[in-house]
Design a protein around this ligand. Structure first.
Ligand code: NAD
Length: 337
C-alpha cells in the first residue's frame, strides 16, 4: 500500500469502528500513521478490528452514538479534526423488525454527533457521513442508475432512517451552520471483514466452505450492485481529504458509488457456488428459490460513478469475478479459526 503522509498524526474519529467498513478503514488509516479514535456499541468479537489486533493500535471507546455527553468528551479529549460517521443499525431485516431502534441509532445518532461537531466547529475540518443507495428508495429501472440530484423517496425503515440521516447531515452543511460535511451514498459493499452472515455474499461463501445451508431471503430476482471494500476505502480517503483541503468546493456535496453493474442476486449466488465447486447445491437452491417472497426491500438498485469520475477520475478497480479468489482465501482462513 502506498503511504500518504496527509494522514500522519491526524486525529480521526470513526464511529461504528468495529463494523465491516469501519474496521477496514481503521486498518488503512493506522498504516498511514493516523491517530485513530473509534466508537463502537459493544465488544463485538466478530470484527476485523479484534481479529487483526487493530484495536491495540487505536483509542477504542465503547458507548452509544446517541450519548451526547460521551461524544462531546471524545471531541474534546482527542481534539478530533476528521470524522467518518459510519455507526448505524445497518441491517435491513433488523430494521424491519426493530424500526424504533433503527430510528434511534441512525437518525438520533446522526444529529447527536453533528450537533457536537457544531459545538466544536473550529477544530473540525472534515466529516464524511455514510448514507446509502437505499436512501433513494424505489425508482423505475428506466431512471437508474440513481443520480445524486434525485429526490430521496424511501419507504422501508432502514431506507427511511438513512434518508433522514442524509438530510440532517445536508442541513448542517448549508449556509446556517456551514459545517464541513460530505455525504456518501454507496451501493452494497462486500469483502474481507464482512462477518455479518445475514449478508448475501458472506452467507453464500460460508455455505460453500462449511457446507451450511444458505438462508434464502428472496426469490433471487432482485437486482443489486456490489462494490469491493478496497475501492470504498480508497474513496473514503479521497473524499475526506478533498473536503479537508477544499471545504468551499466539497461542503454539502453528495457522491454515489457503485460499479454500474446490474447483478441479479441469483447470478451472484451462481458465481460463488461455481467458484466454490458446489454446482449441485446451487441447482437445488435454484429450484426452490422462486418460492420465496421478498418483502421490505427495494427490487432493483444499481449505481454508477459518473460524478466521482468527473471530480476525481475515480473508477472501481475491482469486478465481482476478479475478487472471488481473494474472498474465498480470506473467508477460508477466517472460518478455520
Ligand atoms: N455495508 C454496506 O453494504 C453499506 C452500503 C451503503 C452504506 N452503508 C453504511 O455504511 C456504514 C457502515 O456500514 P457497515 O457495513 O460497516 O455496518 P456494520 O453493521 O458492519 O457496522 C456498524 C457499526 O455501528 C456500530 N453501532 C450500531 N449501533 C450503534 C450505536 N447505537 N452506537 C454506537 N455504535 C453503534 C456497530 O457496533 C458497528 O460497529 C453504515 O452507516 C451503513 O448504513 C453500508
Amino acid at each position: 500500500m502506498k503511504i500518504d503522509n496527509f494522514w500522519k498524526n491526524k486525529n480521526i474519529l470513526i464511529t461504528g469502528i468495529a463494523g465491516f467498513v469501519g474496521s477496514n478503514l481503521a486498518k488503512n488509516l493506522v498504516t498511514n500513521g493516523a491517530n485513530v479514535i473509534g466508537l463502537t456499541k459493544s465488544k463485538k468479537v466478530d470484527s476485523l478490528l479484534f481479529i487483526e489486533n487493530i484495536d491495540k493500535k487505536i483509542d477504542l471507546i465503547f458507548g452509544n452514538i446517541t450519548d451526547k455527553e460521551l461524544i462531546k468528551s471524545i471531541f474534546t479529549k482527542f481534539n478530533i479534526e476528521i470524522c467518518f460517521h459510519l455507526a448505524a443499525q445497518a441491517e435491513v431485516g433488523s430494521a424491519n423488525q426493530y424500526p424504533y431502534l433503527t430510528w434511534e441509532t441512525n437518525v438520533r445518532g446522526t444529529y447527536t454527533l453533528l450537533d457536537v461537531v457544531r459545538e466544536h466547529r473550529k477544530q473540525v475540518k472534515s466529516i464524511v457521513v455514510a448514507s446509502s443507495d437505499k436512501a433513494y428508495g424505489k425508482y423505475p429501472i428506466s431512471l437508474l442508475p440513481y443520480k445524486e440530484s434525485y429526490k430521496l423517496n424511501p419507504e422501508f425503515p432502514y431506507d427511511t432512517s438513512k434518508a433522514c440521516a442524509d438530510m440532517i447531515a445536508y442541513s448542517y452543511s448549508t449556509r446556517l451552520f456551514k459545517l464541513p460535511i460530505l455525504i456518501t451514498r454507496f451501493s452494497n459493499i462486500y469483502g474481507p471483514g464482512q462477518l455479518n452472515c445475514s449478508t448475501l455474499i458472506t452467507d453464500a461463501i460460508r455455505s460453500c466452505l462449511l457446507n451450511k445451508k444458505l438462508t434464502m431471503r428472496s426469490n433471487g430476482l432482485a437486482i443489486r450492485d456490489f462494490v469491493y471494500i478496497d475501492d470504498i476505502i480508497d474513496l473514503y480517503k479521497i473524499l475526506s481529504k478533498s473536503l479537508y483541503s477544499n471545504p468551499k468546493k466539497f461542503t454539502g456535496q453528495i457522491f454515489n458509488a457503485g460499479t454500474n453493474s446490474k447483478h441479479q442476486v441469483k447470478d451472484i449466488l451462481r458465481k460463488i457456488f461455481v467458484y466454490g465447486k458446489k454446482i449441485k447445491e446451487f441447482k437445488k437452491l435454484e429450484k426452490k428459490m422462486h418460492k420465496n417472497k421478498t418483502t421490505g426491500e427495494i427490487a432493483v438498485q444499481f449505481m454508477d460513478y459518473k460524478k466521482l469520475n468527473l471530480y476525481f477520475g475515480w473508477k472501481p478497480k475491482y469486478t465481482f469475478t476478479k475478487t472471488l479468489p481473494r474472498l474465498f482465501k480470506w473467508y477460508r482462513s477466517y472460518f478455520k479459526k
